[in-house]
Design a protein around this ligand. Structure first.
Ligand SMILES: N[C@@H](CCC(=O)N[C@@H](CS)C(=O)NCC(=O)O)C(=O)O
Length: 194
């Protein structure tokens, strides 16, 4: 199998999968594409009709896209260490936080970039900072975003805030010390440089 990712490694969705792979200790070869160019070809449409990254190509040519679908596939093949939870409550809790991280945090950070207009950008920026407040309050009573164990919810949240800091003018707020503590801990993890 191989993972199509972006040259330079800056795109958030492929980064989610690369971190997941590193945290699992897996060895999945990468094929790096020039983002917005090589993924936009007709040939690539055969692999993913939406023509975006990441795509996991299996040895028989089957292609899986959508970062969380790829992570779930790899998690089932390699259950250790489980990053989607081990029992009903843990799985639900991780799913809940992962969806919050994606829908209310990552998307808000992306929209804050301004491509939907200044009004949406401003509201999205405020929404993203409100989510940081929420994460900060939660992280006062547990080490990771979804509880006491590292999970995909940490990966989604980390990729989102790093993208916001690098490209959309976000900063770690001084009044969110637990979020800052968590962010620094993420930088020490196996997936940090993936
Ligand atoms: N929901 C998808 C999002 C995929 C996506 O938007 N990928 C971006 C990079 S973060 C991309 O390939 N953009 C290049 C393009 O659309 O040309 C996932 O989670 O995999």
């Amino acid at each position: 199998m191989k993972l199509y990712s972006d040259i330079g490694g800056t795109a958030p969705s492929p980064r989610r999968v690369r971190i997941f792979i590193a945290e699992k200790g897996l060895d999945v070869p990468l094929e790096l594409l020039d983002l917005h160019k090589e993924n936009r070809t007709e040939a690539f449409r055969e692999k993913n009709p939406l023509r975006n990254l990441p795509v996991l190509e299996l040895d028989d040519g089957t292609c899986i896209s959508e970062s969380m679908a790829i992570c779930r596939y790899l998690d089932e093949l390699h259950p250790q260490a489980p990053l989607f939870g081990v029992d009903a409550l843990e799985r639900a809790t991780i799913e809940m936080w992962n969806r919050r991280a994606e829908l209310s945090f990552y998307l808000a950070i992306e929209f804050a970039g301004g491509f939907l207009g200044e009004d949406v950008a401003e509201r999205s920026r405020r929404g993203a900072y409100k989510m940081i407040d929420l994460f900060d309050r939660e992280l006062a009573s547990h080490e990771f975003i979804a509880g006491s164990g590292f999970s995909v919810a940490d990966i989604t949240t980390k990729v989102a805030i790093d993208f916001g800091i690098a490209y959309n003018g976000f900063e770690l707020p001084v009044n969110a010390p637990q979020f800052a503590r968590w962010h620094a801990a993420m930088d020490d993890r196996p997936g940090a440089s993936a």
